[in-house]
Design a protein. Structure first.
Length: 457
């Protein structure tokens, strides 16, 4: 059976879809991808025999995909399914016109079961992890247990997306922490070091990659795993890499293991300078002292540091400036700030609704909505401008006294232009092994980010 995945960012790798492709190909099915444009989708469907059209959606993309799918279904009789982060937490999208199936949770074997049943003419209304709409009736099935043995999964299909200069990979799934702004709360499971090394070896033979990007939510979760990883990665892979770390788990020991393995850079969330906002509102459980200490340790081992921050949170404009000052103190190699996106059904959303922080016109029960916090706070222009100038101010602290003056002006689009050029350059050339990066990769990344993200702010 042939399955067509619609992908909005076709110029970058999507590990979930790549793993699904390997699982399906192993069972003699075929998965292909297409750019998320109606004309390209129509051309692909007319020239090929696809039975399923699929979308892996995050919240920021769900409206776009739902609208696109409605247009596709008006012309083509094809079974449409949605999976990924947003449908997992909001399976109610099954009620949307044109949606035939919604996958909840891990789709590795759930999609395979659906495809096998469709191929064999078996019922599809009783498959675990699936909500299915059939003849106007909706069948809501239970969620199967999480995959405990991640080593049993196929390696990602590296032939599905264009060749890149870096290998994207995950060594774990899930997150044990309880941040109030996030839905990612599932049991943390980790692959064995040998399994990760084997996939990287295979990926090196299929690509010309010169850099590895571990996309795990928290790469420094286990010091014992890092100890084994450090030795084997250095001997058998030997490529520089980047990963995400959590500040309260940063120690001299695990940073030493990362450095010895060849770690080039790490990304770490600072979020906000306010301990109250970070811990009482965001539920991070991390102190300012731990953040500063983590930054010092990372810099001591000469690992590049990317710091991420959230502005426009419940509080004053001065809180955002305090966050800027904390970043200057931590001296990251690149710092980025974005307005807080508030997602339906998160603890943070419920808290803000309960405390009347939203306008009365909003309905937090809508299953596809998110809100940009600066739209519901005073000083909207100032806070949006500050987000755009944040990275530059951290790099050049002498600009700090000028910022209260600069953010007053209606120059948001000019500041955005500076933000994207500056951000793409420093994020790639400083953080993601850019000294190995070709300029055309930088230009491609800049175009992609300008097209994708500019309309959100």
């Amino acid at each position: 059976m042939n399955i067509l995945f619609v992908v909005r960012d076709i110029g970058m790798e999507h590990l979930g879809i790549m793993t699904l492709s390997s699982v399906l190909k192993k069972a003699d099915h075929y998965l292909d991808i297409v750019d998320a444009r109606l004309d390209k989708i129509k051309r692909k469907l007319k020239n090929n025999n696809f039975t399923i059209i699929a979308y892996s959606a995050i919240t920021l993309d769900i409206r776009y995909y739902l609208n696109l799918n409605r247009q596709v279904k008006e012309e083509f009789d094809i079974f449409s399914v949605f999976g990924g982060p947003h449908p997992t937490y909001f399976p109610e999208i099954i009620h949307e016109p044109g949606v035939d199936g919604v996958c909840i949770g891990e789709g590795d074997y759930a999609l395979l079961d659906l495809v096998n049943n469709l191929t064999g003419g078996k019922p599809i209304t009783n498959i675990a992890n699936w909500w299915i709409k059939q003849d106007g009736q909706i069948f809501c099935n239970s969620v199967r247990p999480l995959i405990k043995d991640l080593d049993s999964l196929c390696f990602a299909d590296r032939t599905l997306f264009p060749a890149f200069y870096r290998i994207n990979i995950v060594a774990s799934r899930g997150c044990p922490f309880k941040c109030s702004f996030c839905h990612a709360r599932t049991e943390f499971r980790c692959r064995s070091v040998d399994n990760v090394i084997e996939e990287l070896k295979e990926a090196k033979t299929k690509t010309q990659a010169r850099f590895v990007w571990f996309q795990d939510l928290t790469f420094n979760f286990s010091v014992h795993w890092l100890r084994e990883f450090s030795e084997k990665y250095r001997k058998e892979i030997g490529l520089p890499f980047s990963c995400f770390v959590r500040s309260d788990l940063v120690t001299s020991e695990n940073m030493r293991y990362l450095k010895e393995a060849g770690c080039f850079s790490v990304s770490m969330g600072i979020e906000t300078a306010s301990d109250y906002l970070r811990n009482e509102i965001f539920k991070k459980g991390i102190s300012k002292k731990q953040i500063i200490s983590a930054a010092q340790i990372i810099k001591r081992y000469k690992i590049k540091l990317r710091a991420s921050n959230i502005l426009c949170i419940p509080g004053s404009l001065e809180d955002s400036f305090e966050t800027l000052r904390l970043n200057i103190q931590c001296r990251p190699d690149y710092a980025v700030a974005a307005p807080l996106f508030i997602y339906s059904h998160t603890d943070l959303c419920n808290f803000l609704v309960d405390h009347s922080r939203f306008n009365s016109g909003l309905n937090p029960k809508d299953y596809y909505l998110f809100w940009r916090s600066h739209d519901y706070m005073p000083n909207t222009r100032k806070i949006k401008n500050l987000c755009r100038l944040f990275s530059i101010a951290v790099e050049f602290p002498f600009l700090l006294p000028l910022l209260p003056f600069l953010i007053k002006f209606p120059l948001y689009y000019f500041y955005s232009f500076l933000f994207f050029i500056w951000g793409e350059y420093f994020n790639t050339f400083r953080i993601l092994g850019g000294r190995l990066l070709r300029w055309k990769e930088f230009i491609r990344g800049l175009k992609r980010n300008l097209r994708r993200y500019s309309y959100f702010f």
